[in-house]
Ligand binder design. Structure first.
Ligand code: BT5
Length: 269
């Protein structure tokens, strides 16, 4: 695909938007950024409205969780951050990651037919390998949540990740000729508006069925590592986004953070 056909210039996708506000605030579209999350946080602090976004062709300091690096080579992905100012309680904030994961899984499926699955909490996987990572950054005010920046790194092109990650990473181009990135963007923004609106109005219960249908974690054997280490079967998500895992002594335990490996996914056997 030539650069022109796969342009992310706002003029190519703004007319395609089907949303009420998502993607319609301020839009910063850059050739190169340090991190779209970092830039959008600055925009949030300067008063940018909900639905504003920042996206770029390449990131020089793409961030994962816990200071990890997110590889974001030029033209190879949808390196995108969206600004939300959701009407939810602070303890519900982790659910926004789940909303974004569901929205991106739906967008990938609708535009490519590929069966992207959600690995709780913040990964999308395709045939057991990581296709997309999500990073939430939250700003609080005295009254509650001020803003949430939702960053998504979706691998689209053949060179989206370095060769040393080939055992655990994948890209749409590993499976098919990718659609123009603006199609993924427009579908994601529409799906994100819907999942966030449902969360605001009715809580996660309104999304649970759709989430479960796209999850590769629920119903699977998982290994939890971090402050507590145990294995068990992931049974459900609770009302604040925690994962409920039944351990080998049949006790249901709530996992809020930490790393969860799913058997058969991203190199865990
Ligand atoms: C994540 O962290 O998965 C969150 C990634 C969020 C990236 C987006 S891009 C737009 C926005 N701006 C930013 O600066 N960030 C967001 P985590 O679960 O910690 O996973 C990080 C790990 O994924 C790394 O340690 C690598 O092992 C692996 N990784 C790095 N780049 C990758 C890539 N392009 N594809 C697949 N895996 C990758």
């Amino acid at each position: 695909m030539s650069d022109h056909q796969d342009s992310l210039a706002a003029s190519t996708w703004l007319p395609l938007l089907t949303t009420r506000y998502m993607g319609r605030g301020q839009a910063e579209v850059l050739q190169e950024a340090t991190s779209t999350n970092t830039l959008l946080k600055q925009m949030a602090l300067s008063g940018a409205p909900a639905g504003s976004l920042c996206l770029c062709e390449s990131q020089t300091a793409g961030k994962g969780r816990l200071g990890r690096i997110w590889h974001s080579p030029a033209g190879q992905g949808l390196w995108l951050s969206v600004l939300l100012r959701p009407r939810i309680q602070p303890e519900q904030a982790p659910l926004v990651t789940l909303c974004a994961a569901l929205a991106m899984a739906q967008a990938v499926n609708e535009t490519t037919g590929l069966d992207a699955r959600i690995k709780w909490p913040n990964d999308l996987v395709l045939e057991g390998k990581k296709l997309c990572g999500i990073l939430l950054e939250i700003g609080f005010a005295a009254s509650g949540i001020d803003y949430i920046v939702v960053g998504t790194g979706l691998n689209v092109g053949r060179s989206a990740y370095p060769a040393e990650l080939a055992h655990q990473a994948t890209s749409i181009a590993d499976h098919m000729t990718p659609p123009p990135r603006r199609e993924l963007l427009v579908r994601y923004l529409a799906a994100l508006e819907e999942t966030i609106t449902r969360l605001e109005n009715d809580g996660f219960a309104a999304l649970a069925e759709a989430y479960r249908a796209r999850s590769c974690t629920l119903g699977s054997m998982v290994k939890v590592s971090g402050s507590e280490e145990f294995t068990g079967v992931a049974e459900d998500i609770d009302e604040t986004g925690g994962l409920l895992v039944r351990d080998q002594t049949s006790v249901l335990r709530r996992v809020l953070a930490g790393d969860v490996s799913v058997r058969g996914v991203m190199g865990y056997v």
